[in-house]
Design a protein around this ligand. Structure first.
Ligand code: GUN
Ligand code: FE
Length: 427
C-alpha cells in the first residue's frame, strides 16, 4: 500500500466550508494512489519512509477548476474588449473560430493553449472547442497529453451565425456530433471527456436543441452552454422563442437539463426567479465569469443569492471574454465584482470574501468532476505547490493570508513549484 503513497510537505491550506479555511502550517499532505489520505502536522508513523515532496515554507493548496473557457479564443486573448457580447462575437470571435477548419492553424493554436493551461494554476477545466469535429479532436489530443482533466465540447451552431461558421442544418450538426462522440470513444482517453455544447439558444434551432437533449439522455452525457449573460442576448432569445417565459426554459423544454450527465451554464447574470427555480430543479452548475462580464459590459451575477439558494457555483475565466487563464485573477475579480454589485445594485446581497472565492474555485467547480477541490480524505489529489518567497515585504504572514495575497498579486513574486492532478505530477 505504501508503494503508491507519497507526502507533500509545506503550509497546507484548503476550504473547510464556504467561508472557512483549514490550515496546517509546516504539515504533511499524504496521498495514496490518486486520493488524499489526510493532512497531518507530523508524518504519521505508518507513513514513515514514503517519498516526501514539497518544501517547508511553500504553500500547498488544492488545484483550481476553470469550469468555463473557450480554447479557440485563447489566440486573441487581451484583444477586442471594446464591444458588447453580440458585436464581439461577430467582430472578433466568429472570424477567429472560422480558422479552426484549418488543422494546421488549429494545431499551432491548440499547442500553445494546452501548454499554457498546463502551466496555469488550473488542474481541471470545462472547455468549448469550435463546431469543427477534427479540430476539436485535435484539441482533446493535446489536452490529454498534458495530464489535466478536462471536459471538451464540439460546439453546435446551425442558425444566426455567419455562413463561414454555421452548420448546414440540425441533421448535419447532430450527425457530426455523433461522429465526434464515436471517434472520441475509440481513443480511450484517460483524462479527457466529451461534453455536449450547444453554443447558446440564438445559434441553435429548435430541432437541434431537441436532438441534443435526446442525445444527452441517450448517452448520459454532460452539457455546457451560456445563459442570461447579456441583456440584448436575452431580448433576442425572447424573440426567437416567444413561447418561453425565461431563457432557461429554452434549454429545459428540449430535455437538455435532464438525464444523468451534469449541466453547466455560464454566466446567469440576469436569471429570474423562474429561471433560478429551473436551475435548482435540475441541479445545474452556474459558471460565473467575472472578468468576462466586466470586459464585455455584460453585468454582475448575483452569486451570493445563488449560494444562499444552495446552488452549485463554480468559477470560469471565459477566455477570451476574460483575457487570462489565471484562476487567481478570476478569484480576485469575483470578490471585486460582488463588492460593486453590493455597492451599486443591491445591498441585500453581501460581498463575497476571498475565502469564499477560493471555495468556489476549488470545491464549488471541483464537484462538477466528482470528489475534487478539497484535501479531505477520499478527494482526488489535485495539488498546487506555490513558492511565494519572491514577494518582497517585511511582513511575516500566516499561510491563509499568504494565499489571499498570492491570488490578489496574481502570482507576482510567486511561482508554481509543482502541480499534481489525481496524484500524478504534471508539472
Ligand atoms: N455566448 C455565445 N457564444 C459565446 C462566447 O463565445 N463567449 C461568451 N462569453 N458568450 C457567448
Ligand atoms: Fe463563454
Amino acid at each position: 500500500m505504501l508503494q503508491n503513497a507519497f507526502a507533500i510537505h509545506g503550509d497546507i491550506v484548503w476550504s473547510k466550508s464556504l467561508d472557512q479555511l483549514e490550515c496546517v502550517p509546516d504539515g504533511y499532505l499524504v496521498v495514496v494512489g490518486d486520493q488524499v489520505q489526510g493532512v497531518y502536522p507530523q508524518l504519521p508513523d505508518e507513513y514513515q519512509g514514503i517519498h516526501v515532496e514539497g518544501q517547508a515554507g511553500h504553500l500547498v493548496i488544492p488545484g483550481l477548476n476553470d469550469i468555463h473557457l473557450h480554447a479557440p479564443q485563447y489566440a486573441f486573448r487581451g484583444l477586442g474588449m471594446d464591444l458588447e457580447l453580440l458585436d464581439w462575437l461577430n467582430t472578433h470571435t466568429f472570424p477567429e473560430e472560422r480558422k479552426y477548419a484549418d488543422l494546421d492553424y488549429a494545431g499551432r493554436a491548440y499547442d500553445i493553449f494546452a501548454d499554457d493551461l498546463l502551466h496555469s494554476p488550473t488542474t481541471r477545466a470545462v472547455v468549448f472547442g469550435t463546431m469543427h469535429v477534427e479540430a476539436t479532436e485535435l484539441l482533446m489530443d493535446r489536452l490529454e497529453a498534458t495530464g489535466l482533466v478536462t471536459y471538451v465540447g464540439k460546439v453546435n451552431m446551425d442558425r444566426n451565425s455567419p455562413d463561414y461558421l454555421c452548420e448546414k442544418d440540425a441533421a448535419s450538426s447532430l450527425a457530426d456530433t455523433r461522429r465526434w462522440l464515436d471517434n472520441v470513444e475509440r481513443k480511450h482517453y484517460q483524462h479527457t471527456r466529451p461534453i455536449l455544447t450547444p453554443r447558446f439558444t440564438p445559434t441553435c434551432s429548435d430541432e437541434l436543441m431537441a436532438g441534443l437533449g435526446q442525445l444527452k439522455q441517450e448517452r448520459g452525457l454532460p452539457l455546457q452552454s451560456h445563459l442570461s449573460e447579456n441583456l440584448s442576448e436575452i431580448d433576442w432569445v425572447h424573440g426567437l422563442c416567444p413561447w418561453s417565459s425565461c431563457y432557461g426554459q429554452t434549454y429545459e423544454r428540449f430535455g437538455q437539463l435532464d438525464g444523468d450527465g451534469k449541466v453547466v451554464m455560464a454566466h446567469c447574470n440576469y436569471s429570474t426567479d423562474e429561471e433560478i427555480d429551473i436551475l435548482k430543479r435540475h441541479d445545474v452548475y452556474v459558471a460565473t465569469c467575472p472578468q468576462s462580464n466586466m470586459q464585455l459590459s455584460s453585468g454582475i451575477a448575483p452569486i451570493r443569492r445563488y449560494l444562499d439558494e444552495g446552488m452549485h457555483v463554480g468559477l470560469g475565466t471565459d477566455v477570451a471574454g476574460g483575457a487570462t487563464l489565471s484562476m487567481f485573477r478570476a478569484m480576485a475579480d469575483l470578490v471585486g465584482c460582488s463588492k460593486l454589485r453590493w455597492r451599486l445594485v443591491d445591498q441585500s446581497l453581501t460581498p463575497l470574501s476571498p475565502a469564499e472565492a477560493f471555495y468556489i474555485a476549488t470545491v464549488g467547480g471541483g464537484s462538477f468532476f466528482g470528489k475534487v477541490g478539497s484535501f479531505r480524505k477520499g478527494y482526488q489529489a489535485d495539488i498546487l505547490v506555490l513558492d511565494d518567497s519572491g514577494v518582497r515585504t517585511p511582513l511575516d504572514l500566516d499561510p491563509t493570508l499568504r494565499l489571499e495575497r498570492y491570488a490578489y498579486l496574481d502570482e507576482e513574486g510567486g511561482r508554481m513549484a509543482q502541480k499534481y492532478v489525481a496524484g500524478r505530477r504534471v508539472l
